[in-house]
Write a protein that binds this ligand. Sequence first.
Ligand code: SF4
Length: 359
Amino acid sequence: MATNEYATTTTRGDALLEVENLQTAFFTDKEVIRAVDGISFDIERGETVGIVGESGSGKSVTARSIMGLVDSPGRVLDDSSIRFDGEELTGKSEEEYRKLRGGDIAMVFQDPLTSLNPVYTVGNQIKEALRLHQGLTGTEATEEAINLLEAVGIPDAGRRVKEYPHEFSGGMRQRAVIAMALACDPELLICDEPTTALDVTIQAQILELLQELQEERDLAIMFITHDMGVIAEIADRVNVMYAGEIVETAPVVELFENPRHPYTRGLLKSIPGNNPEADRLATIEGDVPTPNEPATYCRFAPRCPEAFDECEKVHPVPVAVDDDAGDHAAACLLYPEDVTQDQAVELHRAEAKESEEEL
Ligand code: SF4
């Protein structure tokens, strides 16, 4: 356990989902890829937690780890913990996971066609979910399927319930997938880039729909995206991921008003319109590295405009950004900012050593 006053516990206790030290690795002949490398966060009921980062940062592997959908050669490593409503999920059998998926936890993917079967009507697919998870059949199930399509804003639901996925537009298909997820009456909805393939108007409608459904049903939502603009719209709290690690976590307004980690600052600068004086849109040079060795240094260092010598030698751990930061933490050697840089580096070195010894 951490011993200094700046060390953070990124879980708050009594949450619906508690992820602690999650590590998911892929074992290939050549290397071990640490796609998710020791992350901790939680989600409370009725809360939307955004996970944001570039592709390759580990966002989707995090979602798949929670859902028990990591395929070989990947696996969730020992010492990882994922608790849902107090129950440990790691180590559950495929059969147990199947019950959970589409039941208490449902997932909406980027491409609705991965969730919809083209040879069955949309109505039949929703009814199948209702039969499996709520025991509804016959007229009762049909009526509930129509109610759900109406709830997600599909007009003329009585007629559309008999149509096939190809008869729906992209936005309508995503609404239908959300209706299918709701048929399972989930407590947690994991949305993996659900609006990325949609145009901006439809995207705004889907985000609004998710917010309405959340309020009505007290849903917890984990929302994964690479788009900071979408995060600003939907999230209450944000975890910024980079190369398998959470590098900054804060309530959404705080993160946008006062970003601390150089990576988060770079992401925010690259939002169109956020840097009006610049001639060109700011970008972060380079790519996310493949995390294929233990983190004994800062993985962002090769791209960081503020890197200094120690960044190549010390692994930054999440610490409170200053002594009254509340729940704002960053994994960067520049923090806490109310101590000297040498003291900050020493603090990270000590914390990293302590975590290593615990393993
Ligand atoms: S630890 Fe160093 S390299 Fe990493 S983000 Fe902070 S300043 Fe940049």
